[in-house]
Design a binder for this molecule. Structure first.
Ligand SMILES: Nc1nc2c(ncn2[C@@H]2O[C@H](COP(=O)(O)OP(=O)(O)OP(=O)(O)O)[C@@H](O)[C@H]2O)c(=O)[nH]1
Ligand SMILES: [Mg+2]
Length: 390
């Protein structure tokens, strides 16, 4: 599968930069190209300078809103981020239009942090721009949710996040949610944490994107996973994860390749990798609410067989009983069994509902100060008062 990736704001730009690194890795290690082109868009010039893998020309690192912000960001005012995206949208679309390999692109992927200003405000607007222009190409979003400490220290965090989530839900084909708090490690500095989180956000995409771009028969699985499978799986709120089991070489290999001991370990390794992928999903969620799911088993060809695939399918069916499950195998991985999992099209998601409820409370307080009373109004009616930035 081939993507055009666009990182908005600091958070989006840095994760997009990691996607650029991922593509370099795919080219060097596997001779594959999974990203058609990558852009970073920001109101902050310093943030754009800090990137390392995205091309440094002005068509790939795009400064927007220069006149309004003087190149220093929008200071968490997402309404301003949205306004700038509306004004400078054509400049961005122009860059996208001249993207390398545009015709081979399967989908767009836009990335932003929900709690900031530039990315949070711009992502809904740009998603809609692209949607109107490129009918038929899916537009996906990755939305990064704030750390808990950001939520408790600044009311604007919750407000921006709720507005951003409501806006993107109305326009994006699917939204992959990343909860920063789930990845945090107490013994690391903030910068180390962010770099590690970004690496882990991008990792599940490696095999998922590569699998469908293979052309050599020996790397094509018995059930190849291509762009179509991923596009059919992604819808609405989505969580993603990857898990690995390392393969240790036996000192004294068993002569009989069909020996039950080896058969057992193959299946165990697969299931173990899937369990890890599920426990490391990008978001706390109840898999029972997922209506679509997908798993990809990547392993050396010798480690794959129908039993492992069946066991993985049964395992996922037990965890996500209401999901339509798609799957694939990819015989390319070396020295590890790797399982990528997508859970998508959630019918309910506590984390998202929580942001909306808290934002509604905040709005009620603000309106009360203005002399407006919400006492007898339905929650749904107040929900309509959460602004939309499109
Ligand atoms: N995972 C991850 N989160 C980040 C990163 N940088 C910032 N964030 C999170 O993103 C949110 C802030 O968004 P930013 O991207 O910094 O804001 P912005 O879009 O640049 O907007 P302004 O700076 O207000 O103009 C916070 O919740 C941060 O924790 C990053 O590199 N990785
Ligand atoms: Mg910024």
């Amino acid at each position: 599968m081939k993507l055009i990736v666009m990182g908005l704001g600091q958070c989006g730009g840095r994760i997009a930069d990691r996607f650029a690194w991922l593509n370099k890795r795919a080219k060097v290690v596997r001779g594959l190209n999974v990203i058609a082109d990558i852009f970073a868009i920001n109101t902050d010039i310093a943030d754009l300078s800090g990137l390392s893998n995205i091309k440094a020309d002005c068509k790939h690192r795009i400064v927007v809103g220069g006149r309004k912000t003087g190149g220093h960001g929008v200071g968490k005012i997402s309404e301003l981020g949205a306004e700038i995206a509306r004004e400078d949208g054509d400049k961005i679309i122009d860059a996208v239009r001249s993207a390398e390999q545009f015709p081979e692109t399967d989908a767009f992927l836009l990335i932003a942090g929900a709690a900031g200003g530039t990315g949070s405000g711009a992502i809904g607007v740009l998603t809609r721009f692209l949607k109107d222009r490129y009918v038929g190409k899916p537009i996906y979003n990755i939305i990064v949710l704030p750390f808990r400490q950001e939520e408790t220290s600044e009311a604007r965090t919750i407000y921006n996040t709720a507005i951003c989530l409501k806006s993107v839900y109305l326009v994006a084909d699917a939204i992959v949610l990343i909860d920063n708090q789930r990845y945090i490690r107490k013994d690391y500095s903030i910068a180390e944490n962010l770099a590690r989180i970004n690496a882990r956000v991008v990792e599940p995409f490696y095999n998922l994107l590569c699998a469908g771009e293979e052309t050599k028969p020996k790397y094509i699985g018995s059930k190849m996973l291509d762009a179509g499978d991923i596009i059919q799986t992604l819808a609405g709120w989505t969580a993603i994860g990857v898990g690995k089991s390392l393969i240790r070489r036996r000192k004294f290999p068993l002569k009989d390749k069909t020996h039950f001991k080896d058969k057992m370990t193959e299946t165990n390794k697969g299931v173990h990798a899937m369990d890890r992928a599920l426990s490391e999903l990008s978001l706390t969620c109840d898999p029972k609410n997922a209506r679509r799911a997908l798993y990809l088993l990547s392993a050396p060809a010798g480690e794959m067989n129908m039993d492992v695939m069946k066991e993985l399918g049964d395992n996922l069916r037990a965890i996500a009983p209401n999901a339509l499950i798609r799957s694939g195998d990819y015989p390319r991985q070396k020295r590890a069994v790797d399982v990528s999992v997508i859970l998508s099209d959630f019918s309910a998601l506590g984390k998202v509902t929580n942001y909306f409820t808290k934002a509604i409370d905040l709005i009620a307080v603000i309106k009360a100060r203005q002399g407006l009373h919400y006492a007898n109004r339905e929650v749904e009616e107040i929900f309509n008062d959460i602004p939309v930035l499109l």
